[in-house]
Ligand binder design. Sequence first.
Ligand SMILES: Cc1cc2nc3c(=O)[nH]c(=O)nc-3n(C[C@H](O)[C@H](O)[C@H](O)COP(=O)(O)OP(=O)(O)OC[C@H]3O[C@@H](n4cnc5c(N)ncnc54)[C@H](O)[C@@H]3O)c2cc1C
Length: 363
Amino acid sequence: MSTGTSLKLSGLTTSRVGGPARRWFEAETEEELIVAVRAADEAGEPLLVIGGGSNLVISDEGFDGAVVHIATRGRELREERDGTAVLHAQAGEPWDALVASTLSEGWAGLEALSGIPGLAGATPVQNVGAYGADVSQSITEVRVWDRAERQVQVFSNADLEFGYRTSLLKRTTTDGIPRYVVLSVGFRLHRGPLGAAVRYAELARVLGVEPGQPAPAEDIRRAVLELRAGKGMVLDARDPDTWSTGSFFTNPIVDAAAAAALPAEAPRWPAADGQVKLSAAWLIDRAGFGKGFGLPGTEGEQLAGGRASLSTRHTLAVTNRGTATARDLLAVAGAVADGVEDAFGIRLHPEPLLIGCSLPARS
Ligand SMILES: Cc1cc2nc3c(=O)[nH]c(=O)nc-3n(C[C@H](O)[C@H](O)[C@H](O)COP(=O)(O)OP(=O)(O)OC[C@H]3O[C@@H](n4cnc5c(N)ncnc54)[C@H](O)[C@@H]3O)c2cc1C
């Protein structure tokens, strides 16, 4: 286990912001992870768990407590009698490499989730999803360290109460501090080469299949990676359009009356309990925040001096152009949220966890 003080957290996050941690540990085994979490809890210290740092905005003042960086590795694939398999991955397994390895070994199921940054252990937290799929469709169980009961616990898929970008794990996280620390995750896989039905219209079009039809899993991975790269949604150390937390806002879910009040061309999809899911990207764009909003020469330049902006390829990502602070990212995000509310009466909610910081209050 590595350990130290005053590590700058900007080095652990994909948006490259965040001040120092009072203390930090890097846990390379499950045992080290539990020991580090227990030690922080017994000392009464606030605890921040960081995986790939791709869904966190940490304040410029840093985190006055213990930061545990997850670096546990290991995976095991067990074939079942029915021709499926369950892959058990340690929380610290890098997600996209895990997806790639299942496909190259002939197992399908995770292909539409290719190219998402971060580690396997974070995927159940916000029910990671893209291109019509999410991990709730594959997860069999999640092993956790329960900090309240101080014991290992195993949750079934149903126990986790998955929803759109949420789960029991996220709902029990307070100010970015989780009750349950994920140790490992089990995923159900199917024999390839065919992948799961392609639900997302844009992906089906690229693959030349009808929505709802299956396609070869390797083709789905290739197409998803291409689509994501075109939107700056695959991490690239040379490309500031990817120095972000991915989508900064979730797609809002509103009641039918609020949806009916929107222009007829506003994209919308049915959600649970008669509610309607809207496109945050469409609302942002139509409220007047185009790609690159915040860059020098754009209307939003004064918000953060050009240091932070919407991606030049996707209006949902708030990006660090190289020298941004957390305050800069939040200034751009806050202006966008306020502008969408003014234009459509709908408040957007951040998807990343905001640690020790928040969107600026409305003036
Ligand atoms: C370019 C880009 C594209 C993205 N595209 C997508 C996308 O298509 N779909 C999508 O859903 N997300 C997307 N994201 C967001 C992000 O990659 C995912 O949410 C990812 O699962 C976060 O993993 P992480 O390991 O980086 O988590 P972190 O950012 O390190 O942590 C996120 C949260 O999970 C908690 N956490 C992490 N590990 C554990 C653990 N083991 N136990 C308990 N809590 C834990 C943290 O405390 C924190 O609250 C994107 C991000 C980027 C930068």
